[in-house]
Each structure stands twice: as structure tokens, then as C-alpha cells.
Write a protein that binds this ligand. Sequence first.
Ligand SMILES: NC(=O)C1=CN([C@@H]2O[C@H](COP(=O)(O)OP(=O)(O)OC[C@H]3O[C@@H](n4cnc5c(N)ncnc54)[C@H](OP(=O)(O)O)[C@@H]3O)[C@@H](O)[C@H]2O)C=CC1
Ligand SMILES: O=C(O)C(=O)[C@@H](O)[C@H](O)C(=O)CO
Length: 278
Amino acid sequence: MFTVPEVTLNNGVRIPQLGFGSAGIDAADTVDVVGTAIGAGYRSIDTAAAYGNEGGVGAAVRQSGLDRERLFITSKVANADHGYDATLRAFDESLHRLDLEWLDLYLIHWPLPARDTFVGTWKALEHLYAEGRVRAIGVSNFQIEHLQRIMDEGGIVPMVNQIELHPRLTQERLRRFHARHGIATEAWSPLGQGNLLTDPAICKLAEAHGKTPAQVIIRWHLQIGTIAIPKSATADRIRANCEVFDFELSDGDIDAISALNADQRFGPDPDAFDFVGD
Ligand SMILES: NC(=O)C1=CN([C@@H]2O[C@H](COP(=O)(O)OP(=O)(O)OC[C@H]3O[C@@H](n4cnc5c(N)ncnc54)[C@H](OP(=O)(O)O)[C@@H]3O)[C@@H](O)[C@H]2O)C=CC1
Ligand SMILES: O=C(O)C(=O)[C@@H](O)[C@H](O)C(=O)CO
């Protein structure tokens, strides 16, 4: 079994640099799929209230037989639960669904800037952190302006910003801001939702290294320093996606992959996204 490198967050908590994403996995399949991921060696699982599968993630954690301390569990405040009081309630409900005593990381899922509710939401996360109910707090899909506001109006610099990031959206400016302020960058849709797996440049590198296109992209994330959380509901792919510790990309390979950047999003634009539910 391999050892996944860890990233030390700005409060000293360590997060595995490779985790497992669970968006889009049906509640009914989640225990098995997440169980497969833990069996394959993933120790960090990303879920969210909005995914409707926290119960399955918690059950997989318990069924793994691993000490809770050996797993790193992330969840997120749903958009409908922004605001100080609603966020405190939403956290209790997430923990209840997960049937866990604490979370390792709790994130604001989206900033919803048009609603201007993320500062109050952040203050609730700060409160949960001060109470010791979550080991680290952060945000997701925050742009520089949103990060600056919570740093100016709150008391804690977020430990993580989970953002869309892959070879077609390398997020250089935001990553530089993160580096200046000690915010770890976590990449969602690290494989570009599967869209990058047929890219000719990626396939050429995969062939040269005797690895799959997904493994090459995941390796690129690890070597540029991002935390990556690829998702797959397919057992063979789940296992293959963590077999990335037996090869290395050269500086030239890294540059060639980074050069694919086209500022192309496959997910929503955080400045415009305002969906809070049906
Ligand atoms: N904070 C946020 O707003 C967001 C967070 N996320 C998080 O990031 C995680 C990952 O992002 P996601 O959008 O799922 O996209 P990914 O970039 O992880 O790609 C997932 C897709 O790639 C396919 N895939 C995975 N591995 C392979 C492989 N080895 N070969 C071929 N196809 C493969 C999967 O198919 P299959 O499952 O059929 O194997 C799936 O269709 C999410 O699960 C979630 O946890 C995602 C979006 C937004
Ligand atoms: O998967 C997530 O975490 C998301 O936030 C996305 O599903 C997002 O809500 C979206 O893509 C909506 O179209």
C-alpha cells in the first residue's frame, strides 16, 4: 500500500493531498463506493449536504473498521443554509446524517455573492471551529474578493479554498493569492469531469509514462501542490486513480500540461452562481 503525501494547513492540521470526491454518487450506492475507495487506500472523503449522501459516507467510515482519526472527512454548508444561525443548524444536521462526532473540514459550498450572506456564514464556521467541533474550516468557490472580505471581517484566515481546477483551468492568480495568505488550494473536478481524458497532449504523456490519462492529471495536481479529490463510481478507476505514487512527471511535462490552460470552466461561475434549491 502507498502513502499519500499530506498538506499541512495553516492551523497545523494535515490533510491527505489525494482524496476521494463523492458528488453525484447516489445515496444508495455511497456506502459501497466510498467503502471501495477506503479499501483502495483513500483516507480523505469529500461530501456535502447538497450531495444527499452524507449518511452513506458516515456508514462507510464506520464499516471501514479504521479508527476515526485515520480518516479525513469534509462536508459543506448547502447554499440554502447561509447565514449564522442556519449554518449552525446545518452543521448539526450534517453531523447527525454522517453520525460522526466531528468533521475534519467544513466548507462554505458557494459564496452566492448576490445574497451577501457569506460573511455571517463564515462567522458560524469560526464559532464551530472555536468550539472544537471541526478541526479545520474553509470555503469553496471563493474568488479573491470573497476571500478578502472574510479575512477583513472575520477573525480566521480560511484553511482551504476548494475550487474548480484542472489543466484547462489552472487558476494561477487565485493560487498565488492562496500562497500569499496560507490558504491551501483544493481542486474540484480535478479531471475536468472526465473531459480531459482524451486530450491529445495528456494521452501522449500517459503513453510515455505507461500510465492512464487520469493518473497523469492526478500526478500533475500532486506535483503542482494542489489537493485533488477525483471522483469515480467505478471500482477499477477508483483503484487506478490512486496508483500515482510510482512515477514522476518532469518539469517539462508539468509545463506542457499547465500550458493547456484555457480558463475554461466545466462547472458554474462562482461570481454568478446563485442556486439555493428548488
Ligand atoms: N465544491 C464544489 O463546488 C464542487 C466540488 N466537487 C467535488 O470534487 C469531486 C470531483 O469532481 P467531479 O466533478 O466529480 O469530477 P472529476 O474531475 O473527478 O471527474 C469525474 C468523472 O471522471 C470519470 N472518471 C474518473 N476517473 C476516471 C478514469 N480513471 N477513467 C475514465 N474516467 C474516469 C468519472 O466517471 P465514473 O464515475 O463513471 O467512473 C466521472 O465521470 C466531486 O466528486 C466533489 O466531491 C465537484 C464539483 C463542485
Ligand atoms: O458538485 C458540487 O459540489 C456542486 O456544487 C455542483 O454540483 C454545482 O452545484 C453544479 O454544478 C450545479 O450545476
